[in-house]
Design a protein around this ligand. Structure first.
Ligand code: FES
Ligand code: FES
Length: 214
């Protein structure tokens, strides 16, 4: 059965605008409960022990705190960068128990007792780590925002390669491949550089792999 439509002419322009205005105001206003839910409720703090760059830390943290925010906000180690905060860019890469991870994707409470190395911890006795020096030598950066993550990732990459880990482009997983530019690019694919310093980043990593004489 056909529904009877209200003739257009029966709604005056003035009445339509009045109704639309009220609707817009209602939609634009925050719901009455928004204020009450704006602040996340607090949770009991968790005690977390972290070893960061060889220093022991005991922290009382909201259990929802990411490892990235713990480093930056609680330990003032701001070398580790927050790019996307959702595991897409690699700017937050650090080394935990010898393996590289995205620190934005993990909670600090999951790392109680872990050994953590950040970009600040790669310097030894005031000397740049060979990978840091190679990035400088090869201009492996422009704005530098991705660089701490790139360098931590590259350091762990070399350890993974030495341990014989294959990558997605390794033809024969049974034998350790030479660290070709394609291998480096694939193994670094989790670290995005908006400045596109990729050729120089690859050159820096190749240089360190070959003994750092480049
Ligand atoms: Fe962690 Fe982008 S900030 S991956
Ligand atoms: Fe600018 Fe990589 S140097 S994002």
């Amino acid at each position: 059965m056909e529904r009877e439509l209200t003739p257009r002419s029966s709604i005056s322009r003035r009445r339509f605008l009045g109704t639309a205005g009220v609707t817009t105001m209602v939609l634009a206003s925050p719901p009455a409960f928004a204020e009450a839910t704006a602040e996340p409720s607090s949770l009991p703090k968790e005690n977390v022990r972290l070893s960061v760059n060889g220093r022991q830390h005991a922290l009382d943290l909201d259990p929802r705190t990411t490892l990235l925010d713990t480093l930056r906000e609680h330990l003032a180690l701001t070398g580790t960068k927050k790019g996307c905060d959702q595991g897409q860019c690699g700017a937050c890469t650090i080394i935990v128990n010898g393996q590289r991870i995205n620190s934005c994707l993990t909670l600090a409470v999951m790392h109680d007792g872990d050994e953590i190395t950040t970009i600040e911890g790669l310097v030894e006795d005031g000397d740049l780590h060979p990978m840091q020096a190679a990035f400088v030598r090869h201009d492996g950066l422009q704005c530098g925002y991705c660089t701490p993550g790139q360098i931590c990732s590259a350091v762990a990459l070399l350890a993974e390669h030495r341990a014989g880990w294959p990558s997605h482009v390794t033809a024969d997983g049974a034998t350790r491949p030479a660290l070709s530019d394609a291998e480096i690019a694939e193994r670094m694919s989790g670290n995005i550089c908006r400045c596109s310093a990729y050729p120089n980043i690859v050159a820096a990593i190749r240089d360190v792999n070959e003994g750092g004489r480049g």
